[in-house]
Design a protein around this ligand. Structure first.
Ligand code: ATP
Ligand code: MG
Length: 398
């Protein structure tokens, strides 16, 4: 039996972004994500994209990919029959079995866009309802709150029957809101933060700071593995790996230990500023959450934020760890995030960090050494690479 997939989209309310730009972008994203599975045909009508898969395609795999594409509100799987009600009626029981065998109530919704079809919409609904009742004697009709809605659409090129509507990922198509730079650590929070902003239509590329030999190659691989996981949701990701050792050593040697954490974060942000300017990013994203650690008090965030020249988005700022972990599990980053490799944040980290730093003290401490040449050097020596959608090249034992 031939099946096609209908993709519904919800939110296109954004002013300035017109409907066809949104639709083009969504369709382009879908095409890219399905490319490896064969040649698909696309057709758009009434806030729906009709996708015809190639012969023999793995529909479950297609649905799985579609469920990770932002901008899609629902996905509907349909059987395609010739435009002959008798043929639909003959096959409906079998095709709908999985959806209806355990359901208590249903209704039929018919639509007839081919007006030359001999039956009128109410007749189609009534007759298909009778077919369903005969095939599934336990089920009742409930037109107000049915558990399952059986849909039959008579179109120019066939009759489409479906009962399965799968929720989509929601949000806006990646790329429709601009480009952002995610400060990605190996922790639980920052991958979740990146996922959340990609959902709002941002392209999310990643910057990561490493301090060899204090941080290991394995720690870096862990972050690259997270980046690869994120491509399932974000599409291709550019990864900037910044050598941070000399800056951290300079901090350790020249500044008061109690300010180390905030000063280090400010240096990270200053480097992110340069990368944003150089590669045209409009915002920085972090995985900060108020009160989680010493560097995430209001005064500490104030001091870090003062170094930023771009808006800093912190989508998990008000979330509990528990809630962040739930999302990390859902997007499948949790198991990698909890591998025990050290982050550069923990290198030289003070025993008693100031939780209420004062910006003027911080600026004074920062002025005691000229970090500028080292910042320039770190930016110049930043390694850039790209992770492609759906790739798994980093091998880590979990
Ligand atoms: P996470 O779980 O994301 O690591 P966290 O709760 O451990 O966050 P911190 O380690 O204080 O908190 O880091 C706060 C934020 O700073 C991170 O969410 C991330 O955005 C950024 N960050 C920390 N370390 C790095 C790093 N080595 N490279 C890039 N960004 C980093
Ligand atoms: Mg961390």
């Amino acid at each position: 039996m031939k099946e096609i997939i209908l993709v519904k989209y919800g939110e296109i309310a954004l002013k300035g972004l017109n409907k066809s730009t949104f639709e083009d972008m969504l369709q382009r994203n879908i095409k890219r994500r399905l490319k490896k599975l064969g040649t698909f045909e696309f057709y758009r009508r009434q806030s729906t994209i009709y996708i015809t898969p190639p012969e023999g395609a793995d529909i479950d795999e297609i649905i799985d990919r579609l469920q990770k594409i932002f901008g899609i509100s629902a996905i509907q799987r349909c059987a395609v029959f010739p435009k002959d009600f008798a043929v639909v009626a003959e096959n409906a029981g079998e095709y709908l079995r999985e959806s209806l065998q355990d359901a208590k109530t249903f209704k039929v919704e018919a639509r007839r866009s081919d007006k030359s079809f001999p039956m009128k919409t109410p007749d189609i609904q009534q007759e298909l309802g009778a077919v369903v009742l005969e095939a599934f004697p336990h089920i009742r009709v409930d037109v107000h709150e049915p558990e399952v809605t059986v849909r039959l659409e008579i179109r120019d090129n066939g009759a489409y029957l479906s009962a399965k509507r799968i929720p989509g990922a929601g949000g806006m198509p990646v790329g429709s809101s601009g480009k952002s730079l995610l400060m990605l650590s190996g922790g639980i929070d920052s991958p979740v933060a990146g996922y959340m902003m990609a959902k709002r239509g941002l392209i999310v590329d990643c910057i990561h700071y490493v301090s060899p030999p204090y941080t290991s190659e394995r720690a870096r691989m862990k972050v690259e593995a997270l980046c690869e996981k994120l491509t399932d949701w974000c599409g291709n990701i550019i990864f900037y790996c910044v050598p941070f050792t000399e800056l951290q050593e300079a901090l350790r040697d020249n500044c008061p230990e109690e300010y180390f954490t905030v000063l280090m974060r400010r240096l990270m942000v200053k480097i992110a500023n340069r990368i944003c300017a150089k590669y045209d990013y409009g915002a920085i994203i972090t995985g900060e959450s108020v009160a989680q650690v010493a560097s995430q008090t209001l005064p500490a965030i104030y001091c870090t934020n003062a170094a930023a020249e771009y808006p800093v988005f912190r989508p998990v700022i008000g979330m509990d760890k528990r809630e962040i972990i739930d999302v990390a599990r859902k997007i499948d980053t949790f198991d990698v995030s909890t591998l025990p490799y050290e982050d550069c944040c923990t290198v030289f980290s003070p025993k008693h960090p100031r939780t209420r730093p004062d910006l003027s003290d911080i600026l004074a401490a920062e002025a005691s050494f000229d970090f500028e040449p080292l910042i320039e050097k770190a930016v110049a020596e930043t390694e850039v690479k790209q992770f492609k959608y759906g790739t798994r090249t980093v091998e880590l034992d979990i």
